[in-house]
Design a protein around this ligand. Structure first.
Ligand SMILES: [Zn+2]
Ligand SMILES: [Zn+2]
Length: 340
């Protein structure tokens, strides 16, 4: 089988590897669609760690083709999406259902082989945790591969404590910012302001239902103008840099929530005006990945949200997977899908 292997920062190679055969508790999945995430790019840039030699990719969906002994949760023929988290199931966080914060967490695509390959061997823990999620009937493979990013954005909006009628400001109109927008619209948020320096991205944000999509210079003014001067109830910062976070902090209303969703390069330090947080009683929080319940709900959302396909701007075969990284590095388009 062909697999896209991470060799080290700046180095990727599509290699031929033997098709794995599932041992006890494992399941073999024929990959049908996978997509790239900005965190894959961060690994490529050396900002985020992954094991050299690993198959990258944590956004994937496919068909179970074989299972090892003792597997009852899935059967050959099942269509599944991945929750790529390998959790111990027994630590402080796992016992509270917070598998994304498992103290022994490993993740497919970083520590164990992921989805940028023609077959995925689902490890025993993944199968046992129920992290092969069965797809709703009729859900297309490429949309099913978006279960992970949609779960992450759902968790982020939940952290922002948003509901129907709320106002939300989204920093960044890349795939994750636009995913926040789609979900915020879907959950009935009233005012949604998206900010990004790239004009084509703002046009997509507008098309997908943003109340306003503006460049960073106009962000604060627009949010205040559309919220009677209050600021947004919740702010999701989907870009990993300090300017983005600063711009998010000043558009939240008093007692609003600012969620730092995007990871920053190591060593980043934010100059924070403590009085901004103190006098405005801001809640500044962070979310990373999501929990199984978010994955489950993300699948339900995707089944009724075909417009999520608007995020796909590039399609490649597995042989061309490194080109998908190049497209993303040069900020061309939005989401790159690998079709199998
Ligand atoms: Zn992702
Ligand atoms: Zn754990």
């Amino acid at each position: 089988m062909k697999a896209c292997i991470y060799l080290g920062p700046g180095q990727l190679r599509v290699e031929e590897r033997p098709v794995p055969s599932p041992g006890p508790g494992e399941a073999l999945i024929k990959t049908r669609a996978a997509s790239l995430c900005y965190s894959d790019i961060r690994v490529f840039k050396g900002e985020k760690a992954a094991r050299p030699g690993v198959v990258q990719g944590h956004e994937a969906a496919g068909e179970v083709v074989a299972v090892g002994s003792g597997v009852a949760a899935v059967r050959p023929g099942d269509r599944v999406a991945l929750c790529p988290i390998l959790a111990c199931g027994a630590c402080y966080f796992c016992l509270r259902g917070k598998r994304n914060r498992c103290l022994g967490r490993r993740t497919l695509g970083y520590d164990a082989d992921g989805g940028l390959a023609e077959y995925i061997l689902a490890p025993r823990e993944l199968v046992a945790l129920g992290h092969l999620l069965k797809l709703p009937e009729g859900l297309a493979w490429d949309l099913a591969a978006q279960t992970e990013p949609f779960a992450c954005a759902l968790y982020s909006l939940e952290a922002c404590r948003l509901g129907p009628g709320a106002s939300v400001a989204i920093v960044g109109a890349g795939p994750m910012g636009l995913t926040h927008l789609l979900l915020a619209r879907g959950m009935g948020c009233h005012t949604i302001v998206v900010c990004d320096p790239v004009e084509e991205r703002l046009a997509v944000a507008q098309e997908l239902g943003a109340t306003a999509a503006v460049s960073p210079d106009h962000f604060a003014r627009t949010v205040h103008a559309l919220t009677d001067g209050l600021g947004a109830d919740g702010v999701a910062v989907t870009v990993g840099n300090t300017d983005a976070i600063q711009s998010g902090l000043v558009v939240a209303r008093k007692q609003g929530v600012v969620n730092i969703f995007g990871g920053c390069p190591p060593g980043t330090v934010l100059a924070l005006d403590p009085n901004l947080v103190h006098y405005n009683e801001l809640w500044v929080t962070g979310t990373q990945n999501a929990n199984p319940e978010h994955y489950q709900r993300a699948l339900g959302v995707l089944a009724v949200m075909p417009q999520a396909g608007r995020l796909f701007t590039h399609r490649f075969g597995i042989q061309e997977a490194p080109r998908a990284f190049e497209a993303r590095l040069s900020r061309q388009g939005l989401k790159a899908v690998i079709d199998f």
